[in-house]
Write a protein that binds this ligand. Structure first.
Ligand SMILES: Cc1ncc(COP(=O)(O)O)c(C=O)c1O
Length: 440
């Protein structure tokens, strides 16, 4: 088969299995209420952020391009932002990357050494997988543990320490890779317990927790500094990733590490070395977003956002029960199936609410007709049997919009059930005489 035939066959196979990815028609989304993007704080719509950004652009001597790799050109603006972020996040050093994807690939491909292990939450982002694959860590030393299960993490680490003398002696290292807020499930990591487990199992200090705050940056913690800051864990985390493309409405990412690790990454992280660094306009945009965080505006927006999340979960639960919608058709995941009264930070509301259904595409299509944009998520992005419509909330969404969304989902479930019932009756009716005839 020639190349183009192989490529076309692969796409056709995806089409047949209903997993072909496509770009959305932007004009079709224009008038829909946004329950889909990662713009959690709605900063992309903020008039004050826009004004600040335009003013800074106007007054900056350099705005276009950056001229080349960070290692080759004057990165004055980049270095200034890094110094600011190290101070803001209470970290010893900071290093910018062009994206969170590049940062994870750069870190995991270079920092773990031969003989080390990487233990990761089974729902960890694709970029960590790509980094690990390019690393010098063997496939048998890259081990997943059950999502958010501290018990499973402990078992995995204990087994690895027993099997590998270098881990017990401290010669080799164990990296534990987790996210704070998981984007497909809307679950928060039990970060404190994870850190405690790693510290206990690696008394020599060779257990290193690496935390990806892509979805929690701006949303949690004082001034939106993330879950690590909310828990006061800054000094116990080996590396932290904050990305600028989601709640901060900008582009790029920062890794918070020690000066030694920063220097090492500058020498070995290929996704940093062999790429043109962020343009000056990108740096200015990120600076303006962090102005919003430092000024306390993000905290207010985040409070609104999380209030909306509680409202959605409560209203949806009530409506599902009132209309007796079977959970096999529409349900919330276990962590949202009851109101949490816990003060544990991992029980906080989150801007991501997955609605589980075996029919995510028809549900999403129905919502579109009702003017609401929430996307279907299916295998292979989530495990088989865990299909869903993922709702992403934003500070600018209103309670009325959320109520409309809940009503539309319940309406869909009822009409789906009615249609199924009609099909069943019809097939009973048409097969009825057949059975009678067969008996005669
Ligand atoms: C958990 C996580 N980490 C990293 C990334 C990559 O970040 P960026 O969009 O800045 O490349 C994403 C984005 O999808 C993410 O969800």
């Amino acid at each position: 088969m020639a190349l183009h035939e192989k490529l076309a066959a692969a796409l056709a196979s995806r089409e047949k299995r209903l997993i072909r990815r496509r770009l959305y028609d932007p004009s079709a989304d224009a008038h829909l209420v946004d329950f889909s993007t990662n713009d959690y704080l709605s900063l992309s719509l903020s008039a004050s952020l826009r004004k600040r950004f335009l003013e800074k652009l106007q007054s900056s001597p350099h705005i276009l391009g950056s001229g080349g790799s960070r290692l080759l050109v004057n990165g004055h603006a980049h270095a200034a932002l890094e110094a600011r972020l190290a101070a803001f996040f209470h970290a010893p050093a900071a290093l910018l990357f062009n994206s969170g994807f590049d940062a994870n690939v750069g870190f995991f491909s270079s920092v773990p050494q031969p003989g080390d292990v990487v233990v990761y939450d089974e729902h960890i982002h694709a970029s960590v997988h790509d980094g690990m694959r390019a690393s010098r860590v063997g496939t048998d030393a890259r081990v997943a543990f059950a999502h958010n299960s501290v018990a499973a993490l402990r078992r995995t680490l204990e087994r690895l320490v027993q099997e590998r003398p270098g881990l017990a002696s401290g010669e080799n290292s164990a990296f534990v890779s987790v996210e704070t807020l998981y984007s497909m499930d809307g679950t928060l990591a039990p970060l404190m317990q994870i850190v405690e487990a790693v510290e206990e199992l690696f008394p020599q200090g060779n257990g290193y927790v690496v935390v990806d705050e892509a979805h929690s940056t701006g949303v949690y913690g004082p001034q939106g500094r993330g879950l690590v800051a909310a828990l006061g864990l800054e000094n116990r985390i080996f590396a932290r990733l904050h990305t600028f493309g989601k709640a901060l409405a900008a582009t790029g990412a920062v890794l918070l590490v020690t000066p030694l690790v920063r220097d090492y990454l500058l020498n070995y992280a290929r996704s940093l070395i062999y790429t043109t660094s962020l343009s000056n306009a990108n740096i200015i945009a990120a600076e303006c977003s962090f102005d919003m965080l430092e000024g306390g505006e993000a905290e207010k927006l985040s409070a609104q956002l999380l209030d909306l999340s509680s409202h959605l979960a409560t209203t949806f639960r009530q409506q599902l029960s009132k209309h007796r919608i079977p959970s096999s058709l529409l349900s919330l995941p276990a962590h949202l199936s009851a109101t949490s009264t816990s003060r544990d930070p991992t029980c906080l509301p989150t801007p991501i609410i997955p609605v589980l259904t075996p029919h995510p595409r028809p549900l999403s299509a129905h919502l579109r007709v009702r003017g609401l944009n929430a996307r279907p998520i299916t295998w292979p992005t989530v495990p088989k049997g865990a299909d869903r419509v993922r709702i992403c909330l934003h500070s600018s969404n209103t309670k009325e919009e959320v109520d409309r969304l809940v009503d539309a989902m319940v309406e869909w479930a009822e009409s789906w059930q009615a249609a199924q019932e009609a099909v069943k009756k019809e097939s009973e009716r048409s097969s009825g005489p057949g059975i009678v005839q067969a008996k005669l």
